[in-house]
Design a protein around this ligand. Structure first.
Ligand SMILES: Cc1cc2nc3c(=O)[nH]c(=O)nc-3n(C[C@H](O)[C@H](O)[C@H](O)COP(=O)(O)OP(=O)(O)OC[C@H]3O[C@@H](n4cnc5c(N)ncnc54)[C@H](O)[C@@H]3O)c2cc1C
Length: 503
């Protein structure tokens, strides 16, 4: 079926970079096939710290280009997806023996001024002993700074890019792996496999986009036989989730004696997210988990700053991911550039492959634009860039602001408990109507699997968001895994199996 017509682009990888490139390309009228071997955002793109940020720390490495681009993107992304992205204030306590106050002040001045800010407030200083913000912190911490960045639902950002790509004509295949590809002067000929059924298909495309994140080098070397390209360096990062440690909607950024920084961020209402670590990952890419040492490292950091200590036994959930960083030969994992490199191989007049090394959730939209700029010579008549101001699905909130949107939703659907209305409004924005429809009571939404996860929402996720398993739903499309009782995953899988049987 797929094999008959060559696509313009075959994008390998359903993380943020693959879906971002797929969306941008489809919106320019290109025919796109995107294949992801697992679920959308199954790997690095659901394992981030969930910040849309300039990366204050990268200023120390003089990564001004990256920081400026990221700062500009903050407000653009906030405008196109105000349901899944929101402003967040960060408290940076000054601690004796760490970076001096003057250095923090200079860094934050640059952070405030490297790019134009409209929505996000600038930096302030704070006397921690005189402010409620300082109440949970140890008494020796007397002053600090407060600056702005944004939070994001990383996994949903990926799904929304895939949805928009599909709505603009792309074909998105999850649980579909690129097995091998070879090229001639005009086309790539690839074999893709449905990893559930084992069924293989042959497809062809003018350009191959290798957005396979941690697999980027392996894909080049082993699946498509290209060697000698730039390398990737995998750096594992882990987070822990603990019961809420403090009141307030702000995050903390803490410095460690090893020079690294660790965030404590309000998470899912009842929790605090703490991360991250930076550990070189030498093994093959795949599923990664937090080690005992990382958990202790993160707890120790918190205990250096907070009055009330935490211990590994407090951890209710953890997750880890592999940063697929461009290998710039830095000695220390923390010092490897977070900037991205787009590498094109079209040797001897063959069909080109573009490989993505590195990148951040924050800069994915610009990365996609740069990727298409690089591919323009191979795509005569390519339409201009368009994603800067185009909403992602559900992001077209009537006033552009989340508060009034939530207020209107609770007025129209008074039967929704407030936490459920808030969760649905955040996750789906204006698309929430596709779940709630004409419902006038909770009963109209069908069985509740726990935490307000109803049949209506599950059916929507299956029909429109490629959800296939309980894990897809409980840990990526939502984070209801944190809020639902034991046994929910089994009940959900049984329900999904019954739906598959129906089809
Ligand atoms: C701990 C940590 C914290 C981070 N925090 C932040 C943050 O707060 N803010 C920020 O902006 N960035 C952050 N980042 C960086 C950001 O998460 C990554 O740069 C980004 O998610 C990488 O996306 P990707 O699409 O390149 O890779 P991935 O998300 O890993 O996607 C690649 C996909 O390719 C698929 N694939 C591989 N091989 C094949 C094949 N043969 N066929 C089909 N599919 C294949 C994989 O299954 C995978 O899903 C963080 C990263 C980590 C690890």
């Amino acid at each position: 079926m797929l094999g008959r017509m060559p696509f313009d682009l075959l994008v390998v990888g359903g993380g943020i970079n693959g879906t971002g490139i797929g969306r941008d390309a489809a919106g320019r009228g290109l025919s796109v096939l995107l294949c992801e071997q697992g679920d959308l955002a199954e790997h690095t793109s659901s394992a981030s710290t969930k910040l849309i940020h300039g990366g204050l720390r990268y200023l120390e490495y003089y990564d001004f280009r990256l920081v400026r681009e990221a700062l500009v993107e903050r407000e653009r992304l906030l405008a196109i997806a105000p349901h899944i992205i929101g402003p967040l204030r960060f408290v940076l306590p000054h601690m004796a023996g760490m970076r001096p106050a003057w250095m923090l002040r200079v860094g934050l001045f640059l952070y405030d001024h490297l790019a134009r800010r409209k929505e996000l407030p600038g930096t302030e200083t704070v006397r921690l002993r005189k402010s409620v913000i300082g109440a949970p912190l140890q008494e020796n911490l007397t002053r600090g700074f407060i600056y702005s960045d944004c939070w994001v639902d990383d996994a949903r950002l990926v799904v929304l890019n895939a949805m928009d790509a599909q709505e603009r004509g792309a074909l998105v295949r999850t649980r579909t792996r690129l097995i091998t590809a070879r090229r001639d002067s005009t086309l790539w000929h690839a074999t893709i496999e449905d990893v559930v059924t084992g069924r293989r298909e042959e497809v062809s495309a003018r350009i191959l986009v290798n957005a396979s994140g941690p697999w980027v080098s392996r894909l080049l070397n082993e699946q498509i036989g290209i060697t000698g390209q730039a390398g990737v360096r995998l750096v594992k990062g882990s987070h822990i989730v603990v019961p809420k440690m403090y009141e307030g909607g702000h995050a903390f950024i803490f410095q460690n004696p090893d020079g690294r920084i660790v965030f404590a961020i309000p998470y899912e209402g009842e929790f605090t997210l703490v991360g991250t670590t930076d550990i070189p990952h030498e093994a093959a890419p795949g599923h990664v988990e937090i080690s005992d040492e990382e958990t202790v490292y993160l707890c120790d950091t918190i205990n250096r700053y907070f009055k009330r200590p935490i211990a590994p036994a407090d951890v209710v959930w953890s997750y880890s991911g592999m940063r697929p960083l461009y290998d710039d030969a830095a000695a220390d994992a923390s010092a490897v550039t977070r900037d991205y490199v787009l590498d094109i191989n079209s040797s001897e007049g063959c069909a080109p492959v573009l490989s993505v090394f590195g990148g951040k959730i924050t800069t994915y939209r610009r990365l996609a634009e740069h990727a298409l700029e690089k591919l323009a010579p191979y795509l005569p008549g390519l339409k201009p860039a368009w994603t800067e101001k185009s909403h992602l699905p559900g992001g077209d909130l009537p006033t552009g602001r989340f508060g009034p949107f939530l207020a209107a939703l609770t007025k129209n659907k008074p039967f929704l408990p407030e936490p459920m209305a808030r969760r649905l409004a955040h996750a789906y924005g204006t698309r929430v109507e596709m779940i709630l429809g004409e419902a006038t009571s909770l009963a109209h939404l069908g069985r509740d699997f726990g935490g307000g996860l109803t049949e209506a929402e599950i059916d929507y996720l299956v029909a429109h968001e490629w959800a296939r398993s309980a894990t897809d739903i409980l840990w990526r499309r939502t984070k209801l895994g944190l809020h639902t009782p034991n046994g929910t995953a089994e009940a959900l899988d049984a329900y999904l199996a019954s739906k598959t049987g129906e089809r």
